[in-house]
Design a protein around this ligand. Sequence first.
Ligand code: PFF
Length: 453
Amino acid sequence: MSAFSSSPRSSWSNRWAYIMVTVGSSVGLGNIWRFPYMTGSQGGSAFVLVYLVCVLLVGIPVLMAETLIGRRGRGNPVSSMLNVSEESGRSPWWAALGWTGMIGALLILSYYSVVSGWIVNYVWKFLTGFTVLSVGEAKSGFEDLLADPLSLAFCHSVFVALTIAVVARGVVSGIERANRVLMPALFLILILLAVWGGVTGDIAGAAHFMFDFSPEKLTGDVILSALGHAFFSLSLGMGAIMAYGSYLRRETSIFTTSLWVVAAGVLVGLFAGLAIFALTFGFGIQPTEGAGLILKTLPLTFAHMPGGRIFGLFFFLLVLFAAWTSAISLLEPFVSWLTERMGWRRPLSAWVSGAFSWAVGLLVCLSFNRWENARVFGKNFFEILEFSTSCIAMPLTGLAIAVFVGWRMREAFVREEIALSPKVFALWYGVLRYFVPLAIGIVFVRESGFLGW
Ligand code: PFF
């Protein structure tokens, strides 16, 4: 038994509730918006294959390690790291991982809510009868939005306020209830969309693009992006899983719940990818459209679908919901630190943390228009934030988590939390100790050009 488990702390009502909120955190824009656009701009099948390998061999072990720290540490990301490292007689400096995670999460939230604001805008458009009849109209519908900083900032603000409102109410009452019904509805609507893509679009082209592996497309950039996306889509390395794991009951299996979470995320991504590419190819749109890919392809699809206005409205509402549940998990780590460590009330903590992400998000809104040309290494502010958080901070924090749980925590404690048969435990532990640090390390050394590879 961990020394911290006696502290009073609310818990998810049951295992299913935990799976739902964690799926809520992991399934979001990452799977529906980011996975198709990254696949499209990073060589299709090469990206998909490396992503799947990374999820399996790096994502699952790190997800389990992060959940374990949260549950054993029973606190916000900083205090969980402190508790767990102290219990194993390790340096309190390991708590720095809690800090980088919490701050990284607020930075991700700043652009995540701008992109979610695009979805807010499309919900509004569909409510008010928006329809597009040609590829040109679909593209300009999105580009006009990007060119308008006020609309971007307004929609971004609405989304941040929605996120704060739930986190301010508290983790079990606010977050859990919202997840239960709408997550399954999202699955259903994605399946319907994939079927529609199969009937009306170019599903063979989509399957070929996503699954026919062509080794010449496998570049260092593709590998780094796929690794980063595995972390992004599973919400790893940012304290979110630690924060949620800290409300997890002791009798729940970390292994089984992690498999559920990963399966849900991967399936949503693959369904979304197949649907979007079938439709994209069907309309003759290029898969390399970038961040606006789904917002260019889908309105055109809904315009040609019987009942498409209603379907489109439901679709965007559910995507918005998925984004919302992920955003909640990005805000929760810092809020739990402010309430537990600083003694602030939850609503105040939620508003202050949310205000930080909101303010950074305003700069992100400007990076699509007024500051479009302010670039560093060819990237605008949005792209810099996205790249540095998902491709750098997340995998590096994941690496440190693997090293901590694999090499610094006492094995007996790790065993107690993971509670698997000796063989499965040995397999997971071995992958976490050797494979994960090595794989992430090699990708980084190679990408940094060190050794001249
Ligand atoms: N996993 C979320 C998505 O795919 O949309 C994004 C995310 C949530 C990343 C929470 C990181 C995090 F801590």
